[in-house]
Structures are given as C-alpha cells and as structure tokens.
Design a protein around this ligand. Structure first.
Ligand code: SF4
Length: 252
C-alpha cells in the first residue's frame, strides 16, 4: 500500500455475511511461501475484510478495499477437496473476525486437510488449526493520519492484544510468531519485538520468525541484516518464496 497518497476510508468489514457463507477475495492452489511450511503445496482461501489497515498491506483487496463474492461453506470445502492438495491455508484479510471461519476450519479438518490459519492475533476463535500462524503487527505497520484517516488511531489501538496473543499461543501447540520487519527502521523493530515477547510466555525462540517487508524480493543487504538478527537470538529467517517464484501476483 503506497504511503504517499491519501486513500479512501473504507468501511470496517467485520459483519454482514449470510449464514454458512463468507465473503471471499480469492481462492487458489499454490505453494506456501512463508513460515514453517514454506514449500508445501496448499489450497488458499482469502477471506475479505480486516480489522486493521497496515500501511504496507500486500492484499489491500482484502483489507483497505475488501472485494469478492459471498460463497457458501459447502462450495469452499468442495473446492478444497477438489484441489488435489492436503494443506489448506485460511488467510485474509483477518479471517478470525468472521464467526463462519470457525465451521469452515472444522469442516476442512474433517475432510482430512491440514489447516493453517494466518492471523494478526487480535481476535480469538476456537478454530481447527494444525498450525496457528500469528503475525503481530509492529509500529511500522501503522498508517499516518494523512494516509489512513480514522484508521490510523484505530489500527494503532488494535494492533497488539496481549491476552489474545497469549490465548492463541496457549491453545495451539503448533504456532509461529511471524514479524514483518521493515528494512530501514529495522533497529527499531527488534527492540519492539523483544519487548512484546517479554510480555508473553510459553513460546520458544524457534516459534519466532522475521520476514523482510516488501512486495519484491529483498536485497542481499536486507536479507543479511535480518538473518544476522535471527542468528543472534535463535529466531528463524522467513522468506517469501511465492514472491521469488511468481512475483507480487494475485492467486499465487
Ligand atoms: S492485518 Fe494483514 S490483511 Fe489486515 S491490513 Fe494488515 S497486512 Fe493487510
């Protein structure tokens, strides 16, 4: 999301879906590009709507300007089963703000699929998740008021919720804490991550991943900088394999 031009202030799309359905920005079958399951062929369902507005959001069509048709859970589960892969990734937007994400995940699991949820960690639901991929949003995500209008303060107020983060960590034994770090203020991002982790317990260093921000491959210097910070703390470096493979394209 470019930070240098004003954007229309969208509605907060947290409600309004019909029973047994969800508004879906896109579905596709690709390779998981981020996190512990990088490289695993997966069926993705991107729920449309988010309770945050990251300035660098790489899926504005599911947050700043949510789009897509309403689809039934039957339709989605049938498509997942026909995809030919065994891993499902429920992403967004912010899937956890939608009550119908809960039955969707249980039905995907009942169909024998491994389910990953990708969330910013501000809302809890008892979803069926084999991997809970939590991406707490750092201060580098907050839009200025000139860019985000009322969303600037709303985003800043909502982006970190310690009780919810702890509940997600405690509930899902296989989880990851994936932080998007910006290349320029990286020295500021690390203390913020350490301060956040100090307020949480029951996590291991191997749960923590740093991912360079951007919709194009990071430079060698950016990769080295982020990797160096990971090595010092036994954290993991997180690639964006789908960007390397396909570029910043929808449906990948
Ligand atoms: S939480 Fe995710 S989908 Fe929502 S605005 Fe931030 S990056 Fe975009």
């Amino acid at each position: 999301m470019p930070a240098d031009r004003p954007l229309p202030i969208p509605r907060d799309s947290t409600s309004g879906t019909a029973p047994d359905s969800l508004r879906i920005a896109e579905t596709f079958t690709s390779i998981q590009g981020e996190g512990k399951l990088t490289g695993v062929p997966s069926w993705f369902v991107r729920v449309s709507g988010c309770n945050l507005r990251c300035v660098w959001c790489d899926t504005p069509y599911a947050s700043w300007n949510p789009e897509g048709p309403t689809r039934t859970l039957d339709d989605l589960v049938d498509e997942a089963k026909r995809s030919g892969v065994t891993h499902a990734v429920v992403t967004g937007g912010e899937p956890m703000i939608f009550p119908n994400v809960e039955p969707l995940t249980h039905r995907l699991a009942a169909a024998g699929m491994h389910v990953t949820i990708e969330t910013a960690g501000t809302v809890f639901r008892p979803v069926a998740a084999n991997l809970m991929s939590i991406s707490p949003k750092l201060a580098n995500s907050t839009p200025t008021e000139a860019v985000g209008g009322a969303w600037s303060a709303r985003h800043e107020e909502r982006r970190i919720n310690i009780p919810i983060l702890q509940q997600l960590i405690d509930t899902f034994p296989d989880r990851q804490l994936k932080f998007v770090v910006s290349s320029t203020p990286l020295p500021g991002d690390i203390p913020e991550i350490e301060s956040l982790l100090a307020r949480l317990h029951n996590w291991a260093p191997s749960d923590v991943l740093l991912m360079p921000e951007g919709t194009s491959p990071p430079t060698q210097q950016q990769r080295s900088l982020v990797a160096g910070e990971c090595i010092k703390r036994n954290w993991r470096y997180c690639t964006r394999l789908h960007i390397d493979l396909y570029g910043n394209k929808r449906g990948t």
